[in-house]
Design a protein around this ligand. Structure first.
Ligand code: SAH
Length: 392
């Protein structure tokens, strides 16, 4: 373990449990650290502050604990057991009609750099830091101890590790290997392609918002834009939609949405899927063809410097929907860009509404679900926001 001394006064945010040490706060590092090593962080006067994973970049340490303790099997088990308790308390784990939930959401579960999504007897684990990559076998062992019912743990970090550190073994089964491929969310079933799919294979974070959409869907003509595996589409069908059209630019996603509709509503003629660019589809579609539209695009801003363009992108996209949605229509619109704040997103949608000249009211303000918790000392953990709008 390396030792880091902070500059005078730079321990203040850490004393308030903010879990990052920025490189500019560091006075001295004991050794030549290699990325991913454990670091003991001390104030300028030598008092103990925290232990975390050292990494290269402006965030130099991601804090695992503010207690002077060993980072061992017992530590990982304790953190994971608390995470599971919290999921049971919120009613997403331990249910017969729902086996799909996020067990670990990085800083929100005091495990910076780690994401674990559970799909029945399979957990998909992602490291966002080299330290978590190095710890993957210990974490997997602790996961199996806390959830003995797990048969597969798939580690999937090829796209999430900070840069091509060429660590090897970034995608592999750490337990089992014959993942059963059906996830159940609120009684609906989904094929999950964890080997090749985006993220851990499914967007677990839209569960509550999909449920809400189900209650708006009855009798409506629904357009699910950026549908990916078709979560919103399947809920809309169960909610009694008249027709549901799913659009995604990826033809693999379109295969998945078709398979998922077939899994839940075999032979249902209300659904059609189109592999097309969202902007082109919105441009070409007939006005008033839909009276419920979902816009759930990928993050337009991955970094702060892309912010202005991202906000313009949200305005452009929402303006197209406002121009075309039928009178009395409902728009579910989202942003999952962490760099775009709730207010900035709302302003972008406001601008789009004003450009279209439509009368719009906000019916609901949406956010990430409880199994994607936000550490109160780490507001950066808030990323998903959405609006349900009524368009006169
Ligand atoms: N709503 C989905 C998640 C959306 S993820 C769910 O509930 O699971 C974003 C999706 O947008 C991805 O599947 C990606 O393929 C798609 N996408 C990205 N750019 C696009 C574009 N220009 N037009 C259409 N789809 C696009």
């Amino acid at each position: 373990m390396i030792t880091i001394h902070l500059k005078r006064g730079k321990e203040e945010s850490l004393r308030r449990f903010h879990p990052w040490v920025f490189s500019g706060a560091i006075q001295h590092i004991s050794d030549h650290p290699s990325e991913g090593e454990l670091a003991r962080v001390l104030a300028a006067d030598g008092t103990f502050i925290a232990i975390g994973h050292w990494q290269v970049g402006s965030i130099a340490v991601r804090v695992l604990t503010f207690a002077d303790e060993s980072i061992d099997g017992r530590f990982w088990q304790q953190r994971l057991a608390v995470a599971l308790d919290v999921r049971r308390a919120m009613g997403v784990a331990g249910r017969s009609d729902n086996n799909t939930f996020r067990l670990v959401h990085g800083e929100g579960d005091n495990l910076p750099g780690l994401v674990v999504d559970v799909y029945g007897a399979t957990a998909v684990m992602q490291a966002h830091s080299v330290g978590m990559h190095e710890a993957r076998h210990e974490v997997a062992a602790a996961l199996k101890a806390v959830m003995p019912e797990l048969r597969n743990i798939y580690y999937k970090s090829e796209t999430t590790l900070p840069f091509k550190a060429d660590l090897g073994q970034e995608n592999e089964f750490l337990l089992g290997g014959d993942a059963d491929d059906v996830a159940v969310e609120n009684g609906l079933r989904f094929h999950i392609d964890w080997l090749r799919g985006q993220k851990t294979g499914f967007f677990v974070d839209q569960r509550d918002n999909r449920s809400l959409l189900e209650h708006y869907a009855s009798g409506r003509r629904v357009l699910n834009m950026f549908c990916y595996t078709g979560g919103f589409s399947v809920y809309a069908l169960r909610g009694g939609a008249q027709v549901v059209h799913s659009v995604d630019s990826s033809s693999k996603a379109i295969d998945l949405v078709r398979a998922n509709v077939e899994l839940n509503f075999p032979g249902d003629g209300r659904h059609e899927a189109f592999a097309e660019d969202a902007f082109r589809f919105l441009q070409q579609m007939e006005p008033s063809a839909y009276d419920l539209i979902v816009l759930d695009p990928p993050a337009f801003a991955k970094h702060k410097d892309a912010l202005r363009n991202a906000i313009k992108g949200y305005t452009r996209l929402n303006a197209r929907a406002f121009e075309k949605i039928a009178a009395g229509g409902i728009l579910f619109t989202f942003s999952c860009s962490q760099a775009v704040s709730k207010d900035q997103f709302r302003m972008a949608v406001f601008t789009a509404a004003a450009q279209s000249g439509r009368r719009v009211r906000i019916l609901a303000q949406l956010h990430q679900p409880a199994d994607h918790p936000i550490n109160i000392y780490h507001p950066e953990g808030e990323y998903l926001k959405g609006l349900v709008l009524y368009v006169d």
